[in-house]
Design a protein around this ligand. Sequence first.
Ligand code: NAP
Length: 294
Amino acid sequence: MSTEQQAVTVVGLGAMGSALAAALLDRGHPTTVWNRSADKARPLVERGARQAATPREALAASPLTIACVLDHTALHAVLDPVADALAGRTLVNLTSGSPEQAREAVAWARGHGAEYLDGAIMTTPPGVGSPETMVLYSGSATVFEARRPTLAALGDPVHLGTDPGLASLYDAALLGLMWSTLTGWLHGTALVGAEKTPATDFTPVAVRWLAAVTGFMTTYAPQVDAGRYPGADATVDVQIAAVDHLLHAAAARGVDNALPELLKAAMERARDAGHGSDSFASVVEVLRRPAEGR
Ligand code: NAP
C-alpha cells in the first residue's frame, strides 16, 4: 500500500459502497469503512480496510469521506448525530437523490464547516473502478480538483458545474434515457421473438442501430438549443406513418403496444402543434410541458 495515497472513509457498504471501498483499496488508498450492519465490512477488512466502530470514528479517520447509502434519509440518519465531526473535512455524497436534496445537503455540510460534492455513479457495482465508467460530480470546482486524483479510483470523474444539483439532475435524465432505450430494445426483442428470433441474434443489429441513433442525437442537439427543427432528414409526419408499421406488426403478433402508442401520441402532439414538417427533435416542444389532462 502506497503511503502517498490519500486516506479515505467510505460510509455505507451496500452493493455500491462495498464496490467503492474495494476500488479505493485496489488503488492503495488507506480506507476506513463503516456500515450500519457491521458484518458487511468483513470482506473489505480482509482486503486491508480498517473498520470504524462508529460513524464519528469513521469521519475522524480521513480528510475525505465518501457516503453511499440508500437515500438522503439514511444519509442524515447516519451523519446528523455526528455532523460536527465533518468540520474541516470533505464529504462526497454518492447516494442517489434529487437536485433539491443535493442543494440542501451542501448548505447542511457548509453549516457544519465541511466541503461537499454531490455525485452520481453511472454504472452498477461491477463497473466501479473502470476508467470507462463515468462518475458525475457537481459542486465547488476547487474541491473537485483537489479530490480528483482520489475520485479517479472510482471511475472517470466528470465535473458538471458548481451547482450541486447538477449531478442528480443529469443522473435522473440519463436513467430516463437508459430505461427508454432498454424498454425499446426489449419491445423489439419481444417483436422479433414472436417470429422465433433469439434476443442474441437481434441484439448485435440493435447495438449497431444505436450507433446511428446517437448520430441523430448529435445532429438534433443544436436544433433543440436553437428552437428550429429543419425536417430535411425525416419529418414528424413521416415518422408518424412509420410508427404505424410498428404498431401493426406488434399487434399482429400479440405484443404489448403501450410503448409505441405513447411515442405516437407525443409525435401527434408535435404535429398538432404545427411541427409535422419539422424534424423529430421538435417533439421536445411538447415534452417541455405536460399533456392536457395530466
Ligand atoms: P444497497 O445494497 O441496498 O445498500 C444500501 C446501503 O444503505 C446499505 O449500506 C444500508 O445499510 C444503508 N442504509 C439503508 N438505510 C439505512 C439507514 N436508515 N441508516 C443507515 N444505513 C442505511 O444499495 P446500493 O445498491 O449499495 O445503493 C446505494 C446507493 O447507490 C443508492 O442511493 C443507489 O441509488 C446508488 N446507486 C446504486 C447503483 C447500483 O447499481 N447498485 C448504481 C448507481 C447508484 P445496511 O447494510 O445496514 O442495510
